[in-house]
Design a binder for this molecule. Structure first.
Ligand SMILES: Cc1cc2nc3c(=O)[nH]c(=O)nc-3n(C[C@H](O)[C@H](O)[C@H](O)COP(=O)(O)O)c2cc1C
Length: 175
């Protein structure tokens, strides 16, 4: 028995569409930059994806309603910080309207001054490459200038997001 067709695309049920999209399990990132005054800016995003190895390109998308849209549109650099399972509270914090998301967060400066968050599984420091229309989102392509990653043999678990909730990655043993 196959899956039921919920919508044929003529009349989109937004809630059902969102639920179906949520079946794609992702990691969780915090995307960071600096505003015109030099203040660190960041938000939680799971729209990150790899695009190209040569040149090294990645992408993520930002809701047009984000209060930080103008900052990211104007910024020559941004960083993607891939969160570990023990950074769940950071993920929550950077998804909420708190006064200073960076308060007591451990970070250092990456390329162009972008905040690189300590304890992340990997961070990609990017030059803004291209911005594309993504409907109610703007798609940002970044060219990776520098990246840092936890050692391959690290036993830190990634933070996973699935069906609107955090989840745990269950590592499969090699067959
Ligand atoms: C796991 C998770 C993933 C998210 N992914 C995105 C995303 O890819 N793009 C986006 O615009 N918002 C995303 N959000 C929502 C933003 O983090 C949230 O709306 C935040 O308040 C936006 O902040 P801002 O308006 O200060 O920029 C995500 C939230 C969570 C919890």
């Amino acid at each position: 028995m196959g899956n039921k067709i919920i919508s044929d695309g003529n009349e989109l049920d937004t809630g059902a569409f969102r639920t179906a999209l949520g079946q794609f399990a992702t990691g969780v990132t915090i995307v960071t930059t600096r505003d015109a005054t030099g203040a660190p800016i960041g938000l939680t995003a799971n729209s990150f994806n790899s695009v190209s190895l040569d040149p090294p390109l990645i992408l993520w998308s930002l809701a047009r309603k984000s209060i930080n849209l103008a900052v990211f549109e104007a910024s020559p650099h941004f960083a993607i910080n891939i969160l570990a399972a023990d950074q769940k509270l950071l993920s929550d914090r950077f998804a909420r309207p708190v006064a200073d998301r960076f308060e007591s967060v451990d970070w250092c400066e990456g390329a162009g001054g972008v905040p690189v968050i300590e304890g992340s599984l990997a961070s990609f420091e990017c030059a803004a490459h291209r911005q594309l229309d993504g409907g109610d989102h703007v798609i940002f392509l970044g060219r990776v200038l520098r990246f840092r990653a936890a050692a391959a043999e690290n036993d830190k678990e990634p933070l996973v997001y699935y069906a609107g909730r955090y989840a745990k990655a269950d590592r499969q043993t090699a067959a």
